[in-house]
Design a protein around this ligand. Structure first.
Ligand SMILES: O=c1[nH]c(=O)c2[nH]c(=O)[nH]c2[nH]1
Length: 301
């Protein structure tokens, strides 16, 4: 043999499950995209073709839908915990489960006819919520997140004092638009140990989203890097109530807004007209940690 099997995992990816909960005429909708990845004693299926240890990916799909009925979906994180626990504890060869979830938010459409109220929704076109739950039979790791939350400050942003070499053309600025799409993941301190209370997942999502937005808006920014650190720090400092967070990973594309050149038309551009550039974009990424915490969120994904 000149080869050996390395890391492997399997499961059904992107199970699109929508759960409607009826409270009389008032309905609640949870809309998830759930990906299951299982690993354990899976040498034989790769090396000899024996499927004796293989719970079919089709079964993992069915479990997602059956659990949506049986347990409901209180939060993406709680649903991921049900699934991960089930796969690891019910199948001896499965040692580890990782459940990744994206959640799409729906808002109620206001309706004046009360007979028609409570069951119409419009997809919230903003961010996607994410959750990743991992369980090895002993420890839990929950990394929650959001992607695609676009924000803009129309002032209170400067960028100057940077390195200049033979290829530098960027002008220093004391007033610019700062815009980005917030992609954030945050890891909870909770590992399921004795006496540890699980975080309040729904509340903590709302709180973290508020902290990210608040810090972006309230930081007088000398660089997107400085804003990144302020945003991550506020999440960690503000996270005590709904569940302590030890680590925040942020990926912030700098959505550049360049001052439009109006001089050819004899017009002065007093920081009023910008060209919103699509690409290329600066990509500012970083991890913010609670003092002494370990960095466990993978840097590349
Ligand atoms: O906030 C910024 N950080 C940078 O590192 C950078 N580089 C650049 O060209 N513009 C900006 N803006």
């Amino acid at each position: 043999m000149t080869t050996m099997l390395g890391q492997n995992q399997y499961g059904k990816a992107e199970n699109r499950v929508v759960r409607v909960t009826r409270d009389g005429g008032t309905h609640h909708v949870k809309d998830l995209n759930v990906s299951v990845a299982l690993s354990g004693d899976m040498d034989d299926v790769h090396l000899s073709g024996s499927n004796a240890n293989v719970l079919p990916t089709d079964t993992t799909k069915n479990t997602v839908f059956a659990f949506a009925k049986e347990y409901g979906i209180d939060s993406a994180e709680a649903f991921g915990i049900h699934l991960a626990r089930h796969f690891v504890t019910s199948q001896q060869p499965i040692h580890r489960a990782r459940i990744r979830i994206e959640e799409y938010a729906w808002e109620r459409i206001p309706v004046t006819d009360q007979d028609r109220a409570g069951h119409s929704f419009v997809r919230r076109g903003q961010e996607t919520r994410t959750a990743e739950v991992s369980y090895d039979g002993e420890h839990w790791q929950v990394v929650s997140g959001l992607a695609g939350l676009v924000v803009l400050n129309s002032t209170d942003s400067e960028f100057h004092g940077f390195v200049k070499d033979a290829y530098t053309t960027l002008q220093e600025t004391r007033d610019r638009i700062l815009a980005t799409e917030v992609n954030a993941r945050w890891r909870f301190a909770w590992t399921g140990g004795a006496g540890q209370e699980p975080p309040r997942w729904e509340e903590s999502y709302t709180a973290v989203r508020g902290d990210l937005l608040g810090a972006f808006a309230e930081t007088y920014s000398l660089s997107l890097q400085q804003s990144l650190f302020a945003m991550g720090s506020r999440v960690i400092d503000g996270s005590a109530a709904a569940g302590a967070i030890d680590e925040v990973r942020l990926s912030l594309p700098n959505k550049h807004h360049f001052l439009a050149d109006l001089a050819p038309f004899g017009l002065k551009n007093d920081n009023e007209v910008y060209l919103a550039a699509d690409r290329p974009y600066g990509l500012i990424e970083g991890t913010v940690l609670r003092d002494g915490a370990e960095a466990l969120i993978p840097v590349t994904d």
